[in-house]
Design a protein. Sequence first.
Length: 204
Amino acid sequence: MSGDSSAVPQATCDSEEDTTTLCLQSRRQKQRQVSGDNHAHVSRQGAWKVHLQIDYIHCLVPDLLQITGNPCYWGVMDRYEAEALLEGKPEGTFLLRDSAQEDYLFSVSSCRYNRSLHARIEQWNHRFSFDAHDPCVFHSSTVTGLLEHYKDPSSCMFFEPLLTISLNRTFPFSLQYICRAVICRCTAYDGIDGLPLPSMLQDF
C-alpha cells in the first residue's frame, strides 16, 4: 500500500468471514498461494492496519471414508452426466458427486418436480448444509449426516432436495482413491507433509 491517506482498507481484523477451508484436491496449489504472499498483515502509517490476505485454516473432510464407501457417491461428475443418469428416475432419486465449482467440494443431484435439480453442499464453521448461512436450514457435522436427514420427506421443505432413493454407483473406486479416504481419517491436514509418501501422492 502506498501513502494515500484517503484509501479505505478492504479487510480488517473485525471480519466475521469463516476462514476454514476443507481440502480434497489441489493441495499444493493452495500452499503456493499462501507462500507466494507471506506478508499477510501489513502495517501502514497511521491508525489503520490493512490485511492483504486471509490466513485460511485447512482441514480435511471429516467423513471422507464414509462418503467414499457410500453407494450414492459417484466421484467426479458434472451436472450433465448426472442429469443423464437421473433421466426417467422416480421422485426422490439422487446421487452425490464432486462439485464442478472449486469453492465447493460436493453437490447433490436429485429428481424432484419431474426434473433434475442440483444443490451444492456448503460448509461453514465445520457444519454442512444446503444453505450454510440460514439458521433455519438443517446443518450437520458430516456430509453423510446431511444426506441422511433429507431421506425423510417430512424433513424437506419444498425448495430443498428430497433424497429418498439412492442411485447406486456402478463402478469401484481406484485403490489410490480409497487410500486417500483412509488417510484423511487417520491424520490432519498439517500431518500430510510428514507422511512417507511421494509429493505427488501427498498432493492427491
